[in-house]
Design a protein around this ligand. Structure first.
Ligand code: IPM
Ligand code: MG
Length: 353
């Protein structure tokens, strides 16, 4: 169980410390943690947000716990040196194409949602976001038009095989849940989405036990706040998944609550190699103040135990401890409480027993 610990920037360091405390409290035999630098933290030391030594560590490990990257100091750097390139580079280099982002309301926190409590109470969904393609990784650049204007461009594309492999992950995920898959696209406007939809329908033939429906992304954004309980599993592309998962987090209550797993095809001794990170960013405005909510990071560690190490019991133990701590009032400023990062970590550890 070799795990790379990559806190990254901003609040990444503070929330990672809590996740590591929780992991260490489980006292798992064979667990080996190795620290590394990513993002602006790596750029300051090595001149690159994803230096070769960190990439080598990522390749060596069975799983990666990833905090957050991003630093305003780097805003003016050329794109390939910006902290965000560390997370994009990791996803691409390791072939982590499937991003699982569960969103479920916590008992007792229904009234912390941006939605009415009775609407929020029904949320239990999983966003399966494609993570290796789309407009994120297409050709991009700046050019000058015929009339001398500057023009930025980013090419959006998906190949059939890229859609097919995420479709299979999504159908299998839906099969393990309530058997309902909603594919989100913009097929009324985009060719990329037209193909996406066609392939989803083709793959559906292999999963007669899963119900597939399709939704345009604008409608999905609306339904997510109108009746989020209607969703079981959502599958969508890289860009739409990025946006909808942030939206889903506020439906649950705070972006500080949502974890994620990024998986590819590489296997570990007992599961799938993956990277695990909160869906939120480095929050430079509150960094270093001990105010950040560590829950998303702690829940990411639980997802790691489940997917990379087949430690379902231990994953559930962490998830139950988090739910119990939240229910007992371990809330930070993001949820209307006044507890800091360390105190929330303490509450989770106490609930772990
Ligand atoms: C996320 C983040 C990243 C993304 C950024 C940091 C590049 O917003 O994981 O959702 O856009 O994928
Ligand atoms: Mg995002």
């Amino acid at each position: 169980m070799k795990i790379a610990i990559l806190p990254g920037d901003g609040i990444g360091t503070e929330i990672m410390a809590e996740a590591v405390r929780v992991l260490e409290a489980l006292d798992l035999p064979g667990m080996e943690l190795q620290d590394g630098l990513v993002g602006a933290a790596a750029w300051r030391v090595h001149g690159h947000p994803l230096p070769p030594e960190t990439l080598a560590l990522m390749h060596e490990c069975d799983a990666i716990l990833f905090g957050a990257v991003g630093d305003p100091e780097c805003d003016a750097l050329p794109r390939h040196l910006r902290p965000e390139q560390a997370v994009l580079g990791m996803r691409k280099e390791l072939g982590l194409f499937a991003n699982l982002r569960p969103a479920k309301v916590f008992p007792g926190l229904e009234d912390r949602s941006s939605l009415r409590a009775e609407v929020a109470g029904a949320i239990d969904l999983m966003i399966v976001r494609e993570l290796n393609g789309d407009v994120y990784f297409g050709d991009k650049g700046m050019r000058t038009t015929a009339i001398g204007e500057r023009e930025g461009y980013d090419i959006m594309s998906y190949s059939e095989s890229e859609v097919r492999r995420i479709a299979h992950v999504a159908f299998r995920t839906a099969r393990g849940r309530r058997g309902q898959l909603c594919s989100v696209d913009k097929a009324n406007v985009l060719e990329t989405s037209q193909l996406w939809r066609e392939v989803m329908i083709e793959v559906a033939a292999d999963y007669p036990d899963v119900t597939l429906d399709h939704m345009y992304v604008d409608n999905a954004a609306m339904q997510l706040v109108r009746e989020p309980g209607r969703f079981d599993t959502i599958v969508t592309g890289n860009l739409f998944g990025d946006i909808l998962s942030d939206q889903a987090s506020m439906c649950v209550g705070s972006i500080g609550l949502l974890a994620s797993a990024s998986l590819g095809t590489q296997q570990t001794a007992s599961g799938t190699k993956g990277a695990y990170e909160p869906i939120h960013g480095s929050a430079p405005d509150i960094a270093g103040k001990g105010l950040a909510n560590p829950v998303a990071m702690i829940l990411s560690a639980a997802m790691m135990l489940r997917h990379s190490f087949a430690l379902e019991t231990e994953a559930l133990r962490i998830e139950t401890a988090v739910a119990d701590a939240l229910n007992a009032g371990a809330l930070g400023g993001d949820l209307g409480g006044n507890m800091g990062t360390r105190a929330i970590g303490d509450a989770v550890l106490a609930a772990l027993g």
